[in-house]
Design a protein around this ligand. Structure first.
Ligand SMILES: NC(=O)c1ccc[n+]([C@@H]2O[C@H](COP(=O)([O-])OP(=O)(O)OC[C@H]3O[C@@H](n4cnc5c(N)ncnc54)[C@H](O)[C@@H]3O)[C@@H](O)[C@H]2O)c1
Ligand SMILES: O=C(O)C[C@H](O)C(=O)O
Length: 312
């Protein structure tokens, strides 16, 4: 079996939770951790290594300080950046996190031309766009995590209404206030959501899903969610490391799909060892098409701001 290495840049709440869960899964040989906070990262590497030992995981966890070390990584996850605080939207993080993303991606591509980048930092779709632009890599290898998180939130709020049944939810579009939950594609024990819940109940689920991140930000007061986001990344890492070719909603650049191009948004993709193998063009209803279009416009506004800022 080939030696498999995963890098994580940004070892805060989300990054360290990804590292911990990945180490316990025993599905890669090495995890490299890099953060500006060097002692903290060293502590994380030790603590997670000791947890991995308790389950006899083969995964080695190392803290690193030089980007050169990313040279043999199959995948690099980027969670570095600032999380929002109460009163802020994800979009308020645009310029701060774009600057961080820019530097990190430049430094990775200096030493590694072949990895897959999984982007987590917010505002997510604009950060994927930034990583694509800086790396100049093909879109199948620069993918954002958000749709899995939004879908898992939707599933959670449905379960709160119907109890513990099998729920498969599907949320597309940008990771912002205008995300696009697909009602017909969301199934409870294989049955469409609109056959299980009434309109009022569905509207309540949708509202709570859209505000799922904000609800946690308000409660935490000094950061944002990390267990569910980390789990979203774990599903992507498993799909790539084990070439699962599963369908997951992820943020990728559109090149004509759904009628849009040169914009990043959440769409169902087949995810495997080469990254995003294929985009699945779901049929959207008239209302969903309108919502998707408005979500795309919001992401385009952020991309335009970044382009304008970089030309000044
Ligand atoms: N896509 C999603 O669904 C999703 C979900 C949760 C969080 N997020 C985003 O992920 C990011 C991280 O969230 P968090 O809760 O882990 O925040 P955090 O503050 O706990 O961790 C961020 C880490 O990034 C590090 N960092 C900053 N600049 C760096 C650089 N140049 N190089 C290396 N490390 C650097 C910080 O030192 C810190 O340890 C935020 O932007 C947040 O909004 C996105
Ligand atoms: O809400 C946030 O700012 C973090 C993340 O995007 C989330 O949805 O939990």
């Amino acid at each position: 079996m080939r030696y498999k290495k995963v890098g994580i840049v940004g070892v805060g709440n989300v990054g360290s939770t990804i590292a911990y869960n990945l180490a316990l899964k025993n599905i890669c040989d090495e995890i490299l951790l890099k953060d500006l906070r060097e002692d903290f990262t060293k502590a994380m590497a030790l603590d997670i290594s000791q947890a991995a030992s308790s389950v006899n995981s083969k995964t080695l966890i190392q803290d690193i300080t030089k980007d050169e070390e990313f040279k043999a990584c199959d995948i690099v996850v980027i969670t570095a950046g600032v999380p929002r605080k109460p009163g802020m939207s994800r979009d308020d993080l645009l310029y701060t996190n774009a600057k961080i993303m820019n530097t990190i991606v430049q430094n990775i591509v200096k030493y590694n031309e072949d990895a897959i980048l999984i982007i987590v930092s917010n505002p997510l779709d604009a950060m994927v766009y930034t990583a694509l632009k800086v790396s100049k890599w093909t879109r199948n290898r620069v993918i954002g995590m958000a749709g899995i998180l939004d879908s898992s939130r939707m599933a959670h709020f449905i379960k709160k209404k119907i109890g513990n049944k099998k729920v498969e939810a599907m949320v597309l579009g940008g990771h912002g206030d205008e995300m696009v939950p697909l009602i017909k594609e969301t199934k409870v024990e294989g049955v469409s959501l609109d056959e299980v819940l009434n309109e009022n109940e569905i509207n309540d689920v949708l509202e709570k899903t859209k505000n799922g991140g904000l609800e946690i930000v308000k409660l935490l007061k000094n950061g944002s969610a990390y267990y569910a986001p980390a789990q979203g990344v774990i599903l992507m890492l498993e799909a790539i490391l084990e070439n699962k070719e599963v369908i997951l909603p992820c943020a990728v650049k559109l090149e004509g799909e759904f009628g849009y191009e040169n914009v990043v948004t959440g769409v169902p993709i087949i995810l495997g060892k080469s990254g995003a193998k294929k985009i699945i063009e779901k049929q959207l209803t008239k209302k969903e098409k309108e919502q998707f279009s408005s979500s795309i416009s919001s992401v385009k506004t952020l991309i335009d701001k970044l382009e304008e800022n970089s030309s000044n």
